[in-house]
Design a protein around this ligand. Structure first.
Ligand code: ADP
Ligand code: MG
Length: 391
C-alpha cells in the first residue's frame, strides 16, 4: 500500500451521510497485542475514502476471534483503537453496546460477543439497522462467505456497496475461480490450521478438483484419528472423524490424492523441554502432535515443487512457537518459490509469512481471507457479496 496514493472512489460520495462499514479486523493477538496488523492496514483505504467524503457519521463494525456469543474481554475490539486513530488521524469513539452516540467516527464492540451475529438473528439484524445508516459498505472479504447478521442484514434495506479491499480481492482471485468440478492437473491444495468444521466444506469442494491435497496442522490430526492412529493428547476433533473418513473416500473415488503426515513433531505441551520427531504410529498418551515432521516436510516439498498451481490456507503446526514453526516455514517457503500460480490466505497464514520473513511478492496473490478465499475459488456463492451495487 502506498500511503500517499489517492484511492479511487468506488461508491457514491458519503458526504453528509451516516455510513455503516463492515470490515474484517480479525487480527491475531498475543498477550493483548496485535501480532500482525495486516488486516487493519488493508481496511484503511476504504475507511480513508469514506472519511474524505466527510460523512455525518461513520460506524465501523468488525469481529475478532471466536468468542461464540459471549463477552470475552481479551477479544474486545478496543485493541484496535490506537492503530485506527493513528492511521486515520481522527478521534474514534468506542461503543460497547452497538448503539450510536453523537461522535462522528465510532468503532463498535466485537460483533461476535452477540449471539445474534453468527446465528443471523432477525432481532440482532434489526438492532444493527438501528444505527440508521444511509449507506452500507462491505469491506470484510475474509468474512464474506458467512451469512452473518452484519454481512447480510443491510441487504435490500439501504444501498449496499463493496469496499476497496473486497474489490481488490475479487479482482485478484476471479481469474482463478474453478470453472467446473473435474480434476485440474497440477493443482495442489495445501490445508492446515485448526477449526475442522470450517475446513470440511472446502475440503469437499476441492475433492475431485485438486490433483493433490496436502493436509497438515491440527486438521491432519483429525484425519489421522479417523484412520485409526492414536492422536495421543493432540488437538483434534473426535466428532469430525466420520466427515474426515468420508472426504478420504470421496477423494479416492474422484482421483484426488490426499497426503497426510507420516511423521510429526511432538511434545507433552507447548512449553515442554522435550521435543521429539516420531512416526505417526508411535504417537500415544501425553504426546501432542504440534508440527509436521521432517519426512513429511520433504515429501510435501517434493509435491509442491512439481505442482503448477498451489492454493494454501492454514499453518502446518503451532508456528507461533519457534520449536513448532519448521513445517509452516518450510512449506510456505516452498510454495513461495514455485513459479506457477500461488495463492495463500488466512489471518494466521499471513502472520506466519511476516513472522518467517517470507516476501508476499513471491506469491501470485496473498489474500486476507482463508476460508473466504477457498470458498470464492471453489465457485460457491458468497452471501456477503450478494446485492452489492458496485460488484
Ligand atoms: P488461517 O488463520 O490462516 O486461516 P487457521 O486459523 O485455520 O489458519 O489455523 C491456524 C491455527 O492453527 C493457529 O492458531 C495454529 O496454532 C493452529 N494449529 C496448527 N497446527 C496445530 C496443531 N498441530 N495443534 C494445535 N494447533 C495447531
Ligand atoms: Mg486463523
Amino acid at each position: 500500500m502506498t500511503p500517499d496514493a489517492e484511492p479511487p472512489s468506488v461508491f457514491p460520495s458519503a458526504e453528509g451521510q451516516c455510513v455503516v462499514v463492515r470490515v474484517d479486523m480479525n487480527v491475531p493477538l498475543e498477550g493483548g497485542h496485535i501480532t500482525d496488523p495486516t488486516r487493519v492496514l488493508e481496511s484503511l483505504p476504504t475507511l480513508q475514502t469514506l472519511l474524505n467524503d466527510e460523512p455525518r457519521q461513520l460506524h465501523i463494525l468488525t469481529h475478532i476471534g471466536r468468542p461464540k456469543g459471549r463477552r470475552v474481554p481479551e477479544l474486545s475490539t478496543r485493541v484496535l483503537l490506537p492503530l485506527l486513530e493513528e492511521h486515520l488521524g481522527v478521534k474514534v469513539a468506542f461503543r460497547e453496546d452497538l448503539t450510536a452516540s453523537d461522535a462522528p467516527v465510532q468503532l463498535h464492540e466485537n460483533l461476535r460477543f452477540f449471539a445474534g451475529e453468527e446465528s443471523n438473528d432477525p432481532a440482532f439484524r434489526a438492532q444493527l439497522r438501528g444505527l440508521s445508516p444511509e449507506k452500507y459498505v462491505n469491506d470484510a472479504f475474509a468474512t464474506s462467505h458467512r451469512a452473518h447478521a452484519s454481512m447480510v442484514g443491510f441487504h435490500g434495506q439501504v444501498p449496499c456497496y463493496a469496499g476497496l479491499l473486497v474489490l481488490k480481492e475479487v479482482r485478484a482471485l476471479s481469474p482463478y475461480v474453478i470453472p467446473e468440478k473435474r480434476i485440474i492437473p497440477g493443482l495442489t491444495v495445501v490445508l492446515g490450521g485448526a477449526k475442522m468444521e470450517t475446513k470440511i466444506p472446502v475440503l469437499r469442494q476441492f475433492t475431485g478438483v485438486a490433483e493433490q491435497m496436502l493436509i497438515g496442522g491440527a486438521v491432519a490430526n483429525t484425519f489421522l484419528a479417523a484412520q485409526g492412529y492414536d492422536p495421543g493428547s493432540s488437538l483434534y476433533e473426535a466428532e469430525m472423524t466420520d466427515d474426515a473418513m468420508e472426504i478420504l473416500l470421496q477423494a479416492e473415488q474422484s482421483g484426488t490424492g490426499v497426503h497426510l503426515p507420516v511423521d510429526v513433531r511432538c511434545a507433552d505441551g507447548l512449553e515442554s523441554p522435550l521435543v521429539l520427531d516420531a512416526p505417526v504410529e508411535d504417537v500415544m498418551g501425553s504426546m501432542q502432535m504440534l508440527d509436521i515432521g521432517p519426512h513429511t516436510i520433504a515429501s510435501f516439498r517434493e509435491i509442491i515443487a512439481h505442482s503448477s498451481a498451489i492454493i494454501c490456507n492454514g499453518t502446518m503446526g503451532v508456528n507461533t512457537h519457534p520449536r513448532f514453526a519448521a513445517g509452516t516455514r518450510e512449506i510456505f517457503t516452498a510454495i513461495a518459490k514455485n513459479s506457477g500460480t500461488t495463492l495463500i490466505g488466512g489471518g494466521d497464514s499471513l502472520e506466519a509469512l511476516q513472522r518467517e520473513d517470507i516476501d508476499p511478492q513471491q506469491f501470485s496473490h496473498v489474500c486476507t481471507g482463508g476460508g473466504a478465499m477457498l470458498e470464492y475459488l471453489s465457485g460457491k456463492p458468497m452471501p456477503g457479496l450478494q446485492g452489492l451495487e458496485n460488484l
